[in-house]
Design a protein around this ligand. Structure first.
Ligand code: DC
Length: 234
């Protein structure tokens, strides 16, 4: 259904979950562009908080200190000309949060229940008006259990490491492909085994193994599912 100015009136929410390096963010961004929806990268929010905790030298073991600091932080995702920018209490940290130091520690902070509660609540707010493509680990299960389309994207750990290796920031930090593969496997294991909102496939999610698929193929498959849902519900 379309309004007079051509904008879609009926909008849905799309949840995309899966392990690190499955291609979620690239695909989610593309689907959002195709549907003129808003892309929400929830991993960036966990990364921004982790970056701050590392700067403040607050260890993930010290939950009280983490939550106290968390209460003073504001994480914002702001659409920018070259994609989404991440602001932490007003400071742009978009590039900083991709560092290896953050990637290596984020899963430890992401296990803290109070931290997850605060970020999940902010994420739900962003999806209230619908028209959101949100990617993460617990979107279809916990953050947006009513999302009209739920996708669980996977790929072999070898392929995911290769993809992440190609996207590593040119920051002078070095890591071998084998080391990256080990670190991704370790992060997956922490994300899957944590007590609060672990990485699991929602019962009603469509599973997409993207090992042998291109970004465009995955994005088209999701956009197709979304269009079908919009046509049925709208
Ligand atoms: O998507 P990413 O690799 O940038 O996410 C970074 C980390 O944040 C990931 O290892 C687990 C955590 N995360 C989470 O626990 N829940 C989410 N919804 C998104 C990310």
């Amino acid at each position: 259904m379309s309004s007079l100015n051509g904008e879609r009136e009926f909008r849905i929410n799309i949840a995309i979950d899966g392990p690190a390096g499955a291609g979620k963010s690239t695909v989610a961004r593309k689907v959002a562009r195709q549907l003129s929806y808003v892309y929400v990268d929830t991993g960036a929010m966990y990364r921004a908080v982790t970056w701050d905790m590392l700067n403040q030298a607050i260890d993930a073991e010290n939950e009280t200190a983490v939550l106290e600091r968390m209460a003073a932080l504001e994480v914002e995702l702001v659409p920018g000309e070259d994609g989404q920018r991440v602001r932490l209490s007003g400071v742009d940290v978009t590039d900083e949060i991709r560092s290896l130091a953050v990637s290596r520690t984020v899963s430890r902070y992401a296990q803290i229940e109070g931290l997850r509660a605060k970020l999940s609540s902010a994420q739900r707010q962003m999806a209230l008006r619908k028209g959101v493509v949100m990617d993460g680990r617990d979107i279809g299960t916990t953050v947006l259990p009513d999302a009209e389309v739920k996708i669980f994207m996977t790929a072999t750990v070898e392929e995911r490491a290769r993809r992440r290796f190609r996207e590593l920031p040119q920051s002078g930090e070095t890591i071998t492909l084998e080391q990256l593969e080990r670190e991704i496997a370790e992060r997956d294991s922490l994300d899957r085994s944590r007590e609060v909102s672990p990485l699991v496939c929602a019962d009603d999610a469509t599973v997409l193994d993207t090992t042998h698929m291109t970004i465009d193929e995955v994005a088209d498959a999701i956009a197709h599912l979304a269009e079908r849902e919009i046509a049925q519900l709208g």
